[in-house]
Write a protein that binds this ligand. Structure first.
Ligand code: DGL
Length: 270
């Protein structure tokens, strides 16, 4: 399949979580064109089985591949931790594949901490993906993992912060004496400020968006696939698997303005 630096980047998540990764892509690589897929019909992925996540994420990745994307960005920890191996195998040598976990755990930022806290969906925690990687590379690092099942759905549904804050507090109370926290669900990136406030600035928040997108930029440049054409930008397309949810549309407009397209794509049988 013919791809070039002008081809779009395909980004996907269960819903709005990956939008902040897409936004960071626009900040660090303003010439890039992208297609986003939010599997809003099946959100939350955090409560789904490994089998379900694998089956669905392959469908979305194939859909974006057929749209002639030059790279796939799995902007979801639940998908990365449960289906990365399968997606890599299926698209081996066909398309560049990025995820939101490897660049972070491979980053030397971890060397400066003694104890880190990870909050994530049940699907990510149960996969033990982080635990295995971190134990392999950082023998002396203490890790506390907490499954926070309520967070992604309330963020996706646009709950007001004053209602989300008590939920955050309830979960984070269990994270004592950590040096840094990893928001291991892209939906939680919308809560950065609230989480910083909870820890009164005493716990470092690992900057996932920056680290992940820096890696994407470096790889695209290395493969000569970075778009250097300043006027290339087309309208980004946002696909959802249900008719577009109100809050999804609202977030897209806030982050990307009015020059965007919305489409619905329903997969045959799941
Ligand atoms: N944004 C997703 C993640 O990073 C998952 C949210 C969900 O659908 O549960 O894990």
């Amino acid at each position: 399949m013919k791809i070039s630096p002008l081809s779009p980047i395909g980004i996907f998540d269960s819903g709005i979580g990956g939008l902040l990764i897409a936004k960071e892509i626009k900040i660090q690589m303003p010439n890039e064109d992208f297609i986003y897929f939010g599997d809003t019909k099946n959100m939350p992925y955090g409560e789904k089985s490994k089998k379900f996540i694998r089956k669905n994420s392959i469908k979305i990745a194939s859909f974006l591949y057929q749209k002639k994307c030059k790279a796939l960005v799995i902007a979801c920890n639940s998908i990365t931790s449960n289906a990365l191996d399968l997606i890599q195998k299926k698209f081996h040598r066909k398309i560049l594949i990025f995820n939101v976990i490897d660049p972070v755990v491979n980053n030397k930022v971890f060397l400066s901490y003694k104890k880190i806290g990870i909050i994530a969906t049940p699907a990510t925690i149960h996969s033990n993906f982080y635990l295995k990687k971190i134990k392999k590379y950082y023998h002396n690092l203490d890790l506390v993992q907490i499954s926070t099942p309520l967070l992604a759905p309330v963020i996706e549904n646009g709950w007001e912060m004053k209602k989300i804050n008590p939920i955050i507090k309830n979960y984070l109370n269990d994270l004592k004496s950590i040096d840094a926290i990893l928001l291991a669900c892209t939906h939680y990136l919308f809560l950065k400020q609230e989480i910083k406030n909870f820890f009164l600035g005493k716990v470092h928040l690992i900057d996932i968006q920056k680290i992940v997108v820096q890696e994407i930029k470096e790889k695209l440049s290395e493969k000569k696939l970075l778009c250097l054409h300043p006027n290339w930008n087309r309208f980004p397309v946002f696909y959802t698997s249900s008719s577009i949810p109100f809050f999804f549309e609202k977030k897209v407009r806030i982050l990307f303005g009015r020059k965007v397209l919305f489409k619905t794509h329903v997969f045959n049988s799941v």
